[in-house]
Structure formats: C-alpha cells, structure tokens
Design a protein around this ligand. Structure first.
Ligand code: AMP
Ligand code: ZN
Length: 112
C-alpha cells in the first residue's frame, strides 16, 4: 500500500534490521526498543490492525504466531510478551498490523 511505512520496509524501500522473512510474513527489530529484545512481526499483506482481520486473513495471522514461536525458541527469548496496539487510543502509530515481541526483562501488568 502506498504511503505505508511497513509496506515500504517489506519492499526494501525503507531499510530495516530483518530477523526473518517468508512468503507471508516479515520480522524485524523495532527502531526504538522498549526491552532488551524488541522486534515486530508483520504480514506482507497490508492489514490495517488486529481490528480489521477478515476470515480470509485468518491463516496469515495464525502463521504469524507459529513464526513467533519459532523465533522465540531460536533466539532463546525465555519468557516474552506479545502486544498488538489496535487503534490510536490503544497506542497504534503505524496502521499496518504488527505484533510486538518483547523480551529480556520483567514486565508489569496492566500495561499503561
Ligand atoms: P505501534 O505504536 O504499536 O503502532 O508500533 C509501531 C512501532 O514501529 C513502534 O514501536 C516504532 O518504534 C516502530 N517503528 C517505527 N518506524 C520504524 C522503522 N523504520 N523501523 C523499525 N521500527 C519502526
Ligand atoms: Zn502496509
């Protein structure tokens, strides 16, 4: 999608620190990490948020979670947190679905 930061990262128009890529999913380190390990996992298909997922897109969202499991094991994350901010009031700033994966410190609950 034109003018989408994460679509431009997927296409390589904007550089990123890539961790993993396959035909459906792209994972890269967050530019402003909020934990010792903080990366984002995104679908290559432009989906606005986790509030806009259609039945046709169920498979890619499921796949994202098997990729998160695989990366968590390979990277020896230990315990970790997965976050998806959905909408501006929930903290979403980039409107291309993404799952934050954070690890390497203790986390409090509830989040702010
Ligand atoms: P959110 O605020 O939940 O929409 O998350 C967007 C995330 O994208 C933030 O954690 C940003 O630090 C991150 N981000 C923004 N621009 C870039 C970039 N060029 N490369 C990597 N991460 C980015
Ligand atoms: Zn996009």
């Amino acid at each position: 999608m034109a003018d989408c930061l994460f679509c431009k990262i997927i296409s390589g128009d904007i550089p990123s620190n890539k961790i993993y890529e396959d035909d459906k999913v792209y994972a890269f380190h967050d530019i402003d990490p909020k934990a010792p390990t903080h990366f984002l996992v995104i679908p290559k298909e432009h989906i606005v948020s986790c509030g806009e997922v259609t039945e046709e897109q169920e498979a890619v969202v499921g796949h994202i979670f098997s990729v998160i499991t695989k990366l968590a094991k390979e990277m020896n994350l230990g315990d970790f947190r997965v976050v998806s901010n959905c909408g501006e009031s929930a903290g979403q700033t980039v409107f291309h679905l993404h799952f934050h994966v954070l690890a390497g410190r203790n986390f409090t609950w509830p989040p702010g």
